[in-house]
Design a protein around this ligand. Structure first.
Ligand SMILES: [Zn+2]
Length: 126
């Protein structure tokens, strides 16, 4: 699936530094012990506007998905990280018949020749 070339915009440097080295780094409010998506602007709990970054486990579950009309079909997923935040990402290695809400997923990393590395999710297998 072609998602275009990703460029960092300054605010997301820690996220892309993470993906470049196979780490999922998202925002975190230490004071509230809560995790947020990489694009979160602040903590709604305490109002902290300067959230830190921390490495998430990469474990997630499938919330919902969209089938993109490609051959073979591609899936764009909305996943819930084990830490709580929801992320949009491509779903890889999944058969359409296997997709269900709550499907365990694990993060994986793509390193394209051009542009930033990015994440995708695959069905979790022990
Ligand atoms: Zn907070």
């Amino acid at each position: 699936m072609e998602i275009g070339v990703l460029r960092r915009d300054g605010r997301t440097d820690p996220f892309f530094d993470g993906t470049a080295s196979d780490r999922l780094v998202i925002k975190r409010c230490e004071a509230c012990d809560r995790w947020f998506a990489p694009d979160a602007a602040g903590c709604p709990e305490c109002g902290e506007e300067d959230l830190g970054w921390a490495q998430a486990s990469g474990a997630a579950t499938l919330v919902t998905w969209t089938v993109l009309p490609k051959d073979p079909p591609a899936f764009l997923a909305l996943v819930e990280l084990a830490e709580g935040p929801w992320l949009h990402a491509r779903l890889d290695g999944a058969a359409r018949a296997d997709l269900r809400e709550g499907l365990p997923l694990g993060v994986a990393f793509e390193h394209p020749d051009e542009g930033e590395s990015y994440i995708l999710f695959r069905p979790w297998t022990e």
